[in-house]
Ligand binder design. Structure first.
Ligand code: UTP
Length: 288
């Protein structure tokens, strides 16, 4: 049974500056919820009970968001505010959430290495908080099911556009069955001609403790950072890695266009304001 997850949230978020100067990127909203709350909700819906969020200086807002807020709860404890009170209390009760600081942003691989004591010998899911994915079955659960069936570490994969692959990782894959693939090699941010395929890892990995020994030996790679992809590539070459072409709609909350797309599309689906927003948008689009 997989019950632990790690959410690396220690990066600078330079692509969404100046917003992220004082506000963590993970607190950027999709309508009325910070993106990291969707990520924690995905964990909970996937059966995860213990979550480690890797943070850094200036990310205190994330800790506050998942903490109890006694003053606010007292203020909401009155007739007519029951649903808000329930929502606010629910956030602090979702799971056991732990925080650890990555003291220097040495890369995603280094951030995951910080989780070694927390995960111990257990397999665990890594959820990149930039990638908020909506769908019936949470992607973390899709990976857990593949792990339960094949007994191997696995990554959430999707094909990306040919002109975008150089910003992502590129994977060498062979289909096993349906949407499950064997991943036999990978490269981070490939230069032209280096790509294996247009399949890339998007936002979710399920790793085993094997990753830690490899990460400890991994030298800084693309961008001078210790890359998780470089360590996972070793596991892939050893035949220890699968990929799941997941079902779900992904939004990249790490860049400005992605933030807007998430807000427009999910705004239209929002229970409270969806219908009004649709009316506004139809009218607005006609004037474009
Ligand atoms: P990114 O490179 O996409 O995030 O890392 P970033 O560095 O915050 O973004 P930009 O490029 O400056 O806009 C992927 C994930 O890994 C985390 C980030 O927080 C993000 O969730 N990360 C990255 C760490 O936790 N530590 C690091 O040292 C680097």
């Amino acid at each position: 049974m997989i019950r632990k997850a790690v959410i690396p949230a220690a990066g600078f978020g330079t692509r969404v500056l100046p917003m992220t100067k004082a506000v963590p990127k993970e607190m950027l909203p999709i309508v009325d919820k910070p993106s990291i709350q969707y990520i924690v909700e995905e964990c909970v819906r996937s059966g995860i009970t213990d979550i480690l969020i890797i943070t850094s200086r200036g990310k205190e807002a994330i800790e506050n968001h998942f903490d109890k807020s006694p003053e606010l709860e007292t203020a909401l404890n009155k007739p007519g505010k029951e649903s808000l009170l329930e929502q606010v209390q629910g956030i602090s009760r979702m799971a056991n959430i732990y925080f650890l600081r990555q003291k220097e942003a040495k890369g995603l691989g280094h951030a995951i290495l910080c989780a070694k004591e927390f995960t111990g010998d257990e397999p665990f899911v890594v959820l990149y908080p930039d990638d908020v994915i909506f769908g019936e079955k949470p992607v973390a659960l899709q990976l857990i099911e593949a792990y339960n069936q094949y007994g191997k570490a696995c990554v959430g994969i999707k094909q990306v556009a040919a002109d975008a692959i150089s910003k992502y990782s590129s994977l060498k894959v062979d289909n096993i069955d349906g949407n499950v693939y064997s991943v036999t090699d990978m490269i981070e941010k490939p230069k032209k001609g280096e790509e294996f395929s247009l399949y890339s890892i998007l936002g979710r990995c399920l790793l085993t403790k094997d990753i830690y020994d490899i990460l400890e030996q991994t030298k800084p790679g693309a961008g001078g950072e210790i890359q998780l992809t470089d360590a996972m590539a070793v596991m892939a070459r050893e035949g220890k890695m699968n990929g799941v072409d997941f079902i779900g709609k992904r939004y990249d909350m790490g860049n400005k266009l992605g933030v807007l797309m998430a807000n427009v599309e999910q705004g239209l689906r929002h229970e409270e304001i969806g219908a009004d927003f649709a009316r506004y948008l139809k009218d607005f689009v006609q004037k474009l």
